[in-house]
Design a protein around this ligand. Structure first.
Ligand code: CTP
Length: 402
């Protein structure tokens, strides 16, 4: 996600410095080249060696380091940056930036950069609510600086309240968003994810192996691109994506009702969920006891939500751009194209779920994309985040302008 991106990570002195070590790990894992600048106070909490080892780049601490000034220098560092993150950012450094003071390596480089700056404050709640601090933050926001608000909780200083540094995952997500073109701005996107569960009795259900990872990756990607995102999710173990409205459902019938009530307002609907095709004819209200050697369950077909959405165009009214998934174990292309045509989709993502590195419950996927106009595209083995990006590239380029 961050391949070929140069990121400066500015680290100020605060107990939350340990979280920026984790943030650095997330950034480098996503492919970014990260240059860390530490203030003098930051070095009281963590040594530069930790950041140097994890970033594989020298850590900048001294404005007047002659070698760095000749070989890199704060200006060339500032010029090369695609994004400048300050986490944790103290009241002192935020106040200095707002006042135009540049008296160390960090504040001088921020002053010199043209890159977007994402500031993630961490401080005592009374410092955070102090009108002097608030005025600095508001001034910087007006000037286009991005902020990742601190969260509430028990603070290291013993106080309770707002001031805890946002989580490394949240800052990472905002960093990726800051580097992403907003080609879905103004668009409403609904994504379904995960399995559905069809109850047999109070303790048992029918379901499938879907983890929800592909749908959640799509939700994060659409959010980064500026869309308003609703994620209708079956039961999963995944964390709620930042900035996404999550509607939790259990059964196919619940998913159908949540999707259909919102469908008319959507520009894009992506049905990544693995909907159970059948449900028990009747749910037993009490636990079924094992009285006999075998039992027979009568199952009835669930409504096909995607086919229902495809039929929306029947009355001639505009309908969302519809993307389906085809989970297949054989005849991948033939089965997927059949679903594309029969469900009246704009695009279908076909995956062979019998493979160990694609489909259900793994981090990677390999897919064939088929489009309404007969064209297709092959996507080799890649992460679900990467595939989500390609799916949205194709949807965005085919959407009619607002
Ligand atoms: N789908 C749906 N409602 C259903 C079943 C499937 O909306 N009751 C959607 C899925 O979310 C997916 C697409 O239809 O986007 C294809 O699902 P898939 O399970 O691959 O195929 P089915 O249409 O269910 O057909 P089959 O199980 O026979 O392959």
């Amino acid at each position: 996600m961050l391949k070929n991106k140069n990121i400066i990570l500015g680290v100020c002195g605060g107990i939350a410095v340990y979280k920026s070590v984790e943030l650095l790990r997330l950034l480098t894992k996503a492919g970014a080249s990260v240059h860390v600048i530490m203030t003098r106070a930051a070095q009281e909490f963590v040594t530069p060696l930790t950041f140097q080892t994890l970033s594989s780049n020298p850590v900048h601490t001294d404005l007047f380091n002659l070698i760095a000034e000749r070989e890199i220098g704060h200006i060339s560092l500032a010029d090369r940056a695609d994004l400048f993150i300050i986490a944790p950012a103290t009241a002192n450094v935020i106040g200095k930036i707002a006042a135009g003071i540049a008296d160390d390596m960090l504040t001088t480089t921020v002053m010199a950069t043209k890159a977007p700056v994402l500031i993630s404050p961490a401080m005592n709640v009374n410092m955070f609510t102090n009108p002097i601090y608030q005025e600095s933050e508001q001034k910087l926001r007006r000037l286009g600086y991005l902020f990742e608000a601190p969260v509430s909780g028990s603070l290291a200083c013993g106080w309770e309240g707002e001031g805890k540094l946002a989580s490394p995952e949240t800052i990472f997500e905002s960093s990726v968003a800051a580097l992403t073109a907003k080609d879905l701005s103004g668009k409403t996107v609904l994504i379904t994810a995960g399995p559905t569960r069809e109850e047999i009795d109070p303790v048992r259900y029918i379901s499938n192996h879907s983890s929800g990872k592909m749908g959640y990756a799509l939700a994060r990607a659409a959010r980064r691109r500026g869309a308003q995102v609703t994620l209708v999710s079956g039961p999963t173990a995944l964390a709620k994506p930042d900035g996404v409205r999550v509607v939790n459902i259990t059964s196919a019938a619940e998913m159908q009702s949540e999707v259909m009530t919102r469908a008319a307002e959507c520009d894009i609907i992506i049905k990544a969920a693995a909907v159970a095709d059948y449900r028990p004819l009747a749910r037993n209200s009490t636990k079924i006891k094992k009285k006999t050697d075998s039992i027979t369950l009568e199952l009835v077909k669930n409504p096909d939500i995607l086919a229902g959405l495809g039929a929306m165009s029947g009355d001639g009214s505009p309908r969302p751009f519809l993307i389906g998934f085809a989970a297949e174990t054989d005849s991948l292309a033939i089965n997927a194209q059949k679903k594309l045509n029969e469900k009246h989709l704009d695009m279908i993502v076909a995956n062979d779920v019998s493979q160990t590195d694609a489909g259900f419950n793994v981090e990677t996927n390999r897919a064939l994309l088929f489009f309404k106009d007969g064209s297709s595209r092959e996507c080799g083995l890649m992460t679900k985040d990467e595939l989500a990006g390609i799916i949205l590239d194709n949807a965005a380029s085919r959407l009619k302008p607002c």
